[in-house]
Design a protein around this ligand. Sequence first.
Ligand code: AMP
Ligand code: GLY
Length: 424
Amino acid sequence: MKVLVVGGGGREHAILWKLSQSPKVTELYCAPGNGGISELALCVPIKALDIDGVVSFSRSNGIDLVVVSPDDPLAVGMVDALEGAGIRAFGPRKAAAEIEASKVFAKGLMKKYGIPTAEYEVFDDSRKALEYLEGLGYPVVVKADGLALGKGVVVAESFDEAKDAVIRIMEEKVFGESGSRVVIEEYLSGREVTVLAFTDGKTIVPMVSSQDHKRAFDNDRGPNTGGMGTFSPSPFYTPETAGYCMERIFKPTVEAMNREGRTFVGVLYFGLMLTKTGPKVLEYNARFGDPETQVVLPLLKGDLLEIFEACIDGRLEEIKVEWQEGAAACVIMASGGYPGKYETGYEISGLSELGGDQDIVVFHAGTQKVSGKYYTSGGRVLGVTAMGKSLKEAVQKAYDGVGKISFKNAHYRKDIGLIGNGRV
Ligand code: AMP
Ligand code: GLY
């Protein structure tokens, strides 16, 4: 089969890496891809949001399956367009992708169907939002309604911070129309866990749990980023918690989407907070997480393509999805300054020194390959993933890998996967 993956980050590299192990895959393509991906797939210069470009490329090249990976093409209906053109596609349709594209929709869905989440209010008028903030205790969480590259959420410790967030999101429109509405919600404390799940709209199959470190600096300091590192599984996600989540959160969400006429087929991402009063949903995403995928897929046994096809065909129930024992950790190496301003174009050295180790894989996010050399081209540059018998071993190996790689102004957290002292 000829498979095209839409996207060009570390998550797409991990998806392609796993697909490349499928005996059924004959040719892999990626639009637009990146330096590292070009080792596995033919990268075509079509932007991830270019629906017409992806449809016409798929048609003229006889692509058998398109995997639409990032949030924004899903949100604008790339899967609907591909299906309309008679091309098989993996990912939710536009109406289902709204579970991520609108936080107002997602919160309304949870409220309507009794799915546990933080208390909240929605505002489309900044004056009213500011008035409401005056009466609250802190911290509170301010969220732009729409997509904002993972940066539209502010955990505000004080009224002034919350006010500033509302003004930036709603009045200065730093995230454009995504900020026309805001959700102001109750701050939840506890352990954060991500659970990705395959679903065909009937059956839901959770993957191994994982945890993302979202803040830019060690000890969870600094601004939120797209993710600075991950590990899997989460030791806090016990079988008992998993059972509760299945019955109270995962199945009810799939069922709620069906009842709303928005059947979800693809990967559903549950961002959970394990609070004292039980697990609650922080957010849904309509796709694999980045960089969660970089630790979850290396632990998947078997053929990812087979699972994608079973989801599309509505026969996920018939498929066995199995996971390896042990753990995986991924350390993101970013350009200095990310998630703010940063410079690119620096040569990356040391990658070839990792070639021999089966337990380490480097997933490229923002890289370009020119004349056989790799250069930085984005905020998040590389995700160095390692597998181990234990989390400790996986973390150690990932940092050994990181130690061999260098580029100018490289920044990475030193505490990915460290458990203890209230960290992780
Ligand atoms: P989201 O994109 O909604 O997951 O938010 C990004 C991050 O903000 C989450 O991973 C949490 O760390 C934090 N966050 C979001 N909502 C809440 C909440 N209600 N309480 C505490 N932290 C939150
Ligand atoms: N790692 C968070 C996300 O993919 O949204």
